[in-house]
Design a protein around this ligand. Structure first.
Ligand SMILES: [Zn+2]
Length: 256
């Protein structure tokens, strides 16, 4: 599979109709018995958090999934829609799903929010109302066994992921790559975004206290969870391929 060669200086691929996608997500979630909480509203847009209880509570695990914090990464919310529609959740997982953290960004096909703030650098000393509302919601939730943040990278040559695993729990990174490899190329470069990578896996040594501009994952790893993955689909490939990559990655984690 070849790159499309469209992304010069940014994302120039297919876009999505965010209003229609959010409507479809709400409809599918209702059909499949999710509960929905609106935690923020601006104009016509609502920010909602979906929740699905485990069918069996014995040995259940709590998994947090977020998408759409960058408005030029359409495969992420579309992957959450597909996951909700497919409805193949293991009985023992409890899911907290935030399908779109930056809906207005998608109306502009822009990474940042309406005011030009990159929300994924706003989780410490937060300025944006969306981030403040999201953090307030997170504080009301129990701790998560694992988090997944769904993203896309317009420059990458294939799918890759970042792992945070400070307690050296059993890694799910290799399983994720194995599953995604069947549907999407993997970025096999030894350096990705300036960090050492191996087979599409980046394990950065992060020191959140030394960085002022926290991404969502830094907030999650310091406050809510002790293991998590930021998944990066390569956005210079067809949209359907990237959606399938993110869906395969999530399924690999929840069925681990
Ligand atoms: Zn992103």
């Amino acid at each position: 599979m070849q790159k499309l060669g469209k992304n010069h200086g940014g994302y120039h691929g297919e876009t999505m109709d965010v209003r229609a996608v959010l409507r479809d997500i709400e409809t599918a979630a209702r059909q499949h018995g999710w509960t929905s909480e609106v935690f923020h509203e601006t104009g016509e847009f609502k920010w909602f958090a979906l929740h699905r209880s485990p069918l069996v509570t014995h040995h259940s695990s709590r998994i947090y999934i977020s998408a759409g914090i960058h408005g030029d990464e359409p495969a992420a919310p579309l992957a959450t829609l597909k996951l909700i529609q497919e409805n193949h959740w293991p009985e023992n997982v409890e899911i907290f799903l935030l399908p779109c953290l930056n809906p207005i960004g998608f109306t502009l096909n822009q990474r940042e929010n309406f005011d030009g703030i990159d929300l994924n650098r706003d989780y410490r000393n937060s300025k944006a109302a969306e981030t403040c509302a999201h953090i307030a919601w997170l504080k009301r939730q129990p701790p998560f066994d694992l988090y997944l943040c769904l993203h896309e990278d317009w420059e990458s040559h294939g799918f890759y992921l970042y792992e945070q695993n400070p307690d050296a729990k059993i890694s799910r990174a290799e399983k994720i790559i194995e599953a995604v490899k069947k549907v999407c190329p993997i970025d096999l470069n030894e350096i990705i975004e300036g960090r050492a990578a191996n087979g599409g896996i980046v394990r950065p040594n992060i020191l959140p206290q030394e960085r002022p501009d926290w991404p969502e994952a830094f907030y999650l790893i310091t406050q809510k969870s002790r293991q998590g993955y930021t998944l990066e689909a390569p956005s210079d490939f067809p949209l359907a391929t990237r959606v399938n990559a993110l869906v395969a990655a999530v399924n690999a984690v929840i069925n681990f």
